[in-house]
Design a protein around this ligand. Structure first.
Ligand SMILES: [Zn+2]
Length: 140
């Protein structure tokens, strides 16, 4: 590295790094969840595309299922790709709970990336972001 040129090289390196950030974020923000496909049938409510939603989140289906039951305060049965909730649950409420699950267990607080996974550290579980490396504790 030439003496005198060091600072400029470093500056241009930083500029390049900065340029890369917005591009990365705009790519991430294209990530979307499938709209919940909800059908109310008699006295039960069917979330027909549960497995699509879980696939998009890349989370454990049973964890998502238990979360929804708790949050909606109902019981249900999980079949291969769908959930049948007991009672008539407004589709809007189901969507709200899915969004709150994503906020709690999928999205990185720092950079909003959905590219995260759970890691176990001692007795706590952390949500680790693959994009920026941030971690935060989650309660499973
Ligand atoms: Zn992040």
């Amino acid at each position: 590295m030439a003496i005198g040129g060091t600072m400029t090289d470093y500056e241009s390196l930083l500029d390049r790094a900065r340029e890369m950030i917005p591009k990365d974020i705009s790519e991430r923000s294209r990530w979307t969840m499938p709209e919940p496909d909800v059908l109310i049938e008699g006295s039960q409510t069917i979330l027909r595309n549960f497995s699509d939603i879980v696939d998009a989140m890349d989370r454990d289906a049973n964890h998502v299922y238990q979360y929804l039951l708790n949050e909606l305060g109902t019981s249900g049965t999980r079949e291969q790709i769908r959930i049948m909730f007991k009672g008539r649950v407004p589709p809007k409420r189901i969507k709200e709970k899915i969004v709150s699950y994503v906020k709690s267990y999928v999205i990185c607080n720092q950079c909003r990336s959905p590219d995260t996974s759970f890691i176990k550290e001692a007795r706590t579980t952390l949500l680790k972001c693959q994009a920026c490396g941030a971690t935060r504790p989650v309660r499973l």
